[in-house]
Design a protein around this ligand. Sequence first.
Ligand SMILES: Nc1ncnc2c1ncn2[C@@H]1O[C@H](COP(=O)(O)OP(=O)(O)O)[C@@H](O)[C@H]1O
Ligand SMILES: [Mg+2]
Length: 365
Amino acid sequence: MSLKLVNISKVFKDPDQPNKQIVAVEGVNLEINEGEMVSFLGPSGCGKTTTLRIVSGFETPTTGEVWLSGKMINDLPPNKRDTAMVFQSYAIFPHLSVGQNIAFGLELKGYDKKTIRKEVDSIMEIMNLREYYNRRPDQLSGGQQQRVALARSIINRPSVLLFDEPLSNLDAKLREQMRFEIRRIQQKFKITSIYVTHDQAEAMIVSDRIVVMNEGHIMQVGTPFEIYSKPVNQFVADFVGRVNSIEGLIVGLNNGDGYEVTFGGKVKKIPSEINTLGMNDSVKAIVRPESLRIKNFQEGDESLFHGRIEKMVYLGPTVEYDIEIPGRDPIYAVTHNPIEEGFFNVGDEVSIDFSPKAAHLLKKE
Ligand SMILES: Nc1ncnc2c1ncn2[C@@H]1O[C@H](COP(=O)(O)OP(=O)(O)O)[C@@H](O)[C@H]1O
Ligand SMILES: [Mg+2]
């Protein structure tokens, strides 16, 4: 089902200073399509959980409306909302078997034994839990427990599935596996979902669209590609990965094919969807480290910058560099496939450039 948030805000009283207010969420507008999985991505305290709890009904918004499939549900209690939460603490009953845990929701609804068993078997099959019907939760691995928790939520066929950092208790390797598993299950059942995380890689893997939040506000909504390649501001650019913000000056206006930008003498025409920049405006070209082209410096080189490798970190598949450039911020670059392509060492003189397509212009604040 589709979900719509209209002008949602939440103001808390500060428990320590009753006269002080905490604005946890402000002016949040968002539409989530039927079957879509959207993640809320942002640093701790930015209002992700509060927004999720407003959707589930565990929290009342100070202003705004929550709509589910064309119905305003502000006044519905959580158990009437047809939403289900998947928590990070597994919230499964330790004294019940896996099968009983998964069956629990349907038993509450008063289904007959045969139907329940059929549904439970089918879900367990899909979740790769079939062999564990009679196990107790403490006889399962962390990843299996997480799958049981997910199965328990899904068996009720909720219209909306809500995840609040469900993988934070798992070790790194398992966390990576479970991201794909969660995405697979969500797509299998086509359940409209919201996934809260502060981990950008996790958001990229599970989401159709990412909602980047900061200090209670939505900064940007977009596909993982849009968020990474066309961040609307420096906060978003920094939050979804390392980035270079290369300062330049507008010397030619955008007539549909991009702005002419000078970077200390050399001019590039950089495509841009904005047309509100003026002549001599200061801008930043946002360029991801893997988009930079680095080669050994040679006299007469036409590249944009000339610099010196200050630091080199060999990581196997990639090599990372800090490159010192006279009169500018250092550049952070990544190269790939060092076995075939080779790599640079500290002290090497290099030339640095990027294709206009790899740059995204932001007005310098
Ligand atoms: N019940 C509450 N009472 C007071 N302040 C709260 C309460 N719940 C959350 N907050 C505050 O609201 C802000 C947003 O919190 P939260 O939504 O939990 O952030 P996130 O999930 O993004 O880490 C934080 O400053 C937090 O301290
Ligand atoms: Mg939270």
